[in-house]
Ligand binder design. Structure first.
Ligand code: C5P
Length: 221
């Protein structure tokens, strides 16, 4: 029997992480945060990575090995054996990630790793292109959206909780910029898979969204 794959895509701040963790918890399966993979690559390569020459980039990517451990909200990724730290969770690293996510060698490398991680286990896979590119055969695909202002407000709260002091206006601007960059790129642009169900989370609680998704998955499982 093929593993159960639930894909959860959408723009930054649409509530994907919160919802994905809770869905993984309810279904008792692993949770794959693919944004963390792009962030880790960006972090490992540094600020100028998107200007690296092709050969150095390919060599650097070959030396990176991702693994997934645990289940539910306790799932965690390692890069070359090291769990990913809080230092990949800044807006700056998010922006770097969005830059390197445009590079074909990076997308190909991570797509391969994501498929390998999903080949042997049931998974909630969260990202931008899980339903459209990486797991086109997934049984249950969801695309979360929310207004830019609401997403900025959520990001603001999240960053405050991590001890950072972001400006709300700055966040709205960054979110718009990252949306544009993620939607307009040549390879695997941000878009809903044709067979994905779109859920607007602007005025819905996370719990409401989770219940809806879990119910649908249970029906199809
Ligand atoms: O979701 P998160 O904000 O952590 O992702 C960081 C960046 O990584 C995104 O802005 C996007 O450019 C990139 N990404 C991607 N494909 C994915 C997940 C993330 O291109 N599946």
């Amino acid at each position: 029997k093929r593993p159960l794959i639930v894909t959860l895509d959408g723009p930054a701040g649409a509530g994907k992480s919160t919802v994905a963790k809770a869905v993984a918890d309810a279904l008792e399966i692993a949770y794959l945060d693919t944004g963390a993979m792009f962030r880790s690559v960006a972090w490992a390569l540094g600020a100028d990575s998107w200007q690296m020459d092709h050969e150095s980039l390919v060599r650097a990517l070959e030396s990176m090995e991702f693994d997934l451990h645990g289940q539910g909200p306790a799932s965690y990724l390692t890069l070359n054996g090291q769990p990913m730290g809080a230092d990949i969770r800044t807006e700056t690293v998010g922006m770097w990630a969005s830059h390197i996510a445009q590079l074909l060698p990076v997308r190909e490398k991570l797509k391969q790793d994501q498929r390998r991680l999903g080949a042997k286990r049931d998974l909630v896979a969260e990202g931008r292109d899980m339903g459209s590119v990486v797991f086109p055969e997934a049984c249950c695909k969801f695309f979360l959206v929310a207004s830019a202002e609401e997403r900025a407000r959520r990001r603001w709260e999240q960053l405050r909780q991590m001890g950072q002091d972001p400006s709300y206006e700055g966040l709205v601007q960054q979110i718009r910029q990252r949306d544009a960059q993620d939607s307009q790129r040549e390879f695997a642009p941000l878009r809903a898979a044709e067979d994905a169900m779109e859920i607007d989370t602007t005025t819905r609680s996370a719990q409401e969204v989770v219940e809806r998704i879990v119910e649908l998955v249970q029906r199809r499982r």
